[in-house]
Write a protein that binds this ligand. Structure first.
Ligand SMILES: *[C@@H]1O[C@H](CO)[C@@H](O)[C@H](O)[C@H]1NC(C)=O
Ligand SMILES: *[C@@H]1O[C@H](CO)[C@@H](O)[C@H](O)[C@H]1NC(C)=O
Length: 387
């Protein structure tokens, strides 16, 4: 380990090769492979996921299932490290707008599971107390209907983000109408549907989750009110369902809603929410844009990343003779393709002027990951783990 470290440092420092006698045949990668089950790695993985969830305005909070790969690239003196992490994740039941920490959110039941992988590049400078996520990308996929059918033929089985069936919209609008009819004064309107399921119970049943906003109309104005609210900030999320059966010719509607408390000001000011970090990463300028757009670009989030949703592998249970396909969740995250690396300007994170730049490398492939990776999984189910 210490030899590896020495080699890694040597590739960064010039003139080091002369003092290091046996010249290796190939230039070793400056990336150190870390133990995916170490508390160092698990703590960083937890922070990364927290930052990813905080950066998103769409979808559900992701929780850590296991660390798949973790590499560290130590930078020059006083510059800390760039980390390359690959995390296997599971979707939880909390919407990201609830801003609930992922550790407080339960993962979904097996038949509703959405699993996937995130790649992240994370910058740590303990000396300067900087923890910063320059880039991430995630890919998610629902557990396949075919697998659900094999283990639980009666479970709800529709793709979790299928809006093609108009019944889901019906379930949303009718369940929200029921909620509004019970609300003493305030009325709410639909922002969008975020999750769908269907199930055959004694007849078709449709389940939806949807975001709601406050409606400017009050209850007394009733259905005649056609005011549109000026903004559409979601204030909460509802779970609604609509089902029918021969025994109950009338439709059955159920609804529960919960409200986000993100609007409430934090008791001790905004800093309380950012883990005592010196610079609030969401408030600094986009580093990549400084070259291309030197104009007065508004201070906006530097965090760069997205979550991609792939469809179900969707094989019908009938063609189960054919070989099980290898399910993949490809995630691309490359700030550079140059094997020598490229400079990454993070000077905006430092209070004092900073000349040196970090070196960012192409994201490492998992071929040379440590023997201690992947780490143990919270849900050790091969159907919920990327290969
Ligand atoms: C993130 O993924 C998208 C595709 O989902 C890709 O277009 C984009 O280049 C990726 N970002 C980086 C930094 O590689
Ligand atoms: C991971 O670490 C925990 C705590 O240190 C330990 O109990 C567990 O056995 C480790 N698991 C593996 C697979 O190494």
């Amino acid at each position: 380990m210490s030899v590896l470290l020495l080699l890694a440092l040597c590739t960064l420092a010039t003139g080091c090769g002369a003092s290091y006698p046996p010249q290796p045949a190939t230039i070793p990668s400056p990336l150190l492979s870390l133990d995916c089950n170490s508390s160092y790695v698990l703590d960083i993985a937890s922070d990364i996921l927290q930052d990813i969830n905080r950066d998103r305005n769409d979808g559900y909070v992701l929780s850590l299932n296991r660390v798949s790969d973790a590499r560290e690239h130590r930078q020059g003196a006083g510059l800390g490290s760039l980390l390359y992490f690959t995390l296997d994740v599971l979707e939880t039941g909390c919407h990201v707008l609830s801003r609930t920490p992922w550790k407080n959110c339960g993962v979904r039941l097996f038949h509703e599971s959405v699993y996937g992988q995130c790649k992240a590049i994370f910058y740590i400078n303990k000396e300067k107390r900087i923890f910063y996520l320059p880039a991430y990308n995630c890919t998610l996929r629902p557990v396949s209907r075919r697998v659900v059918f094999m283990t639980c033929p009666d479970c709800p089985s529709t793709s979790p983000y299928d809006l093609s069936n108009p019944r889901y919209m019906e379930a949303a609008t009718e369940s929200l109408a029921k909620y509004n009819s019970r609300s003493p004064s305030k009325q709410y309107s639909l922002v969008k549907i975020t999750k769908t399921f269907s199930q055959w119970v004694f007849g078709p049943a449709y389940f939806v989750e949807y975001l709601i906003k406050e409606s400017p109309c009050t209850k007394s104005q009733d259905s005649s009110c056609a005011l549109e609210s000026p903004d559409s900030v979601p204030v909460g999320i509802c779970h609604g369902s609509k089902s029918q059966s021969p025994q109950h010719p009338g439709k059955l509607i159920s609804v529960t809603c919960s409200f986000f408390n993100s609007q409430a000001p934090t008791p001790r000011g905004e800093n309380a929410a950012v883990n005592q970090r010196p610079a609030n990463p969401t408030k600094v300028e986009e580093p990549q844009q400084q070259n291309t757009a030197p104009t007065n670009s508004p201070t906006k989030a530097v965090l760069k990343g997205s979550v991609q949703y792939l469809p179900d592998w969707g094989k019908k249970p009938e063609d189960s003779q054919e070989k099980e396909p290898v399910e993949t969740v490809p995630v691309q995250l490359d700030l550079t393709t140059n094997p020598q690396g490229e400079p990454l300007d993070v000077s905006f994170l430092f209070l004092e002027p900073m000349e040196e730049k970090l070196v960012v490398l192409p994201f490492p492939s998992k071929e040379r990951r440590s023997a201690e990776c992947p780490g143990p999984a919270q849900k050790d189910d091969p159907r919920l783990l990327p290969p």
